[in-house]
Design a protein around this ligand. Structure first.
Ligand SMILES: Nc1nc2c(ncn2[C@@H]2O[C@H](COP(=O)(O)OP(=O)(O)O)[C@@H](O)[C@H]2O)c(=O)[nH]1
Ligand SMILES: [Mg+2]
Length: 142
């Protein structure tokens, strides 16, 4: 599987997605540091939410083959600026989480990710399993 680093604000669903991709049970676990385990790198949301820490994320992306930018489908706004994907020389994919949660608007989140430069966007729900197989297939073959 390609080595994937996940970035996005707190509560976007990064840790839950790493648990699902590893085939683990979902349990809440506040991410306090950049966690490198096998092919997945989980990051604290604070790094994406704080201007100068964002640069640390860009640097850390060099540890991975691919960057995943996450936005929850229930989110009211996007943290990622337009065309931000050019900050790193890795493939950047978009991942919309919580797609099947009540009140979700996955199309809006997908649009934000495309504006930020993601050509490929996966729409998933880690709790229901929606879209997870497509993402795993892509990580295994890309
Ligand atoms: N319904 C739904 N809830 C999710 C999903 N992903 C995460 N959550 C919930 O959202 C909360 C924050 O998730 P977490 O993975 O810790 O977010 P992180 O801060 O980005 O690591 C937890 O209560 C998760 O159970 C999803 O795809 N669907
Ligand atoms: Mg986390």
């Amino acid at each position: 599987m390609k080595k994937l680093i996940l970035m996005g604000r707190s509560e976007a669903g990064k840790t839950t997605l790493t648990q699902v991709l590893r085939g683990e049970d979902i349990r809440y676990d506040k991410t306090q540091y950049i966690k490198f385990e096998n092919t997945l790198i989980d990051t604290p949301g604070e790094y994406a939410q704080t201007h100068h820490l964002g640069r640390a994320l860009a640097l850390y992306s060099y540890e991975a083959d691919m960057v995943g930018l996450l936005i929850s489908a229930t989110e009211e706004y996007s943290l990622f600026p337009p065309c931000v994907t050019c900050m790193v020389n890795r493939e950047v994919i978009g991942i919309v989480t919580k797609a099947e949660q009540e009140g979700a608007n996955p199309a809006r989140a997908e649009n934000w990710l495309r504006l930020s430069g993601c050509n490929k966007v996966f729409i998933v729900d880690s709790v229901t399993g929606f879209g997870i197989n497509e993402l795993i297939t892509y990580l295994n073959q890309a």
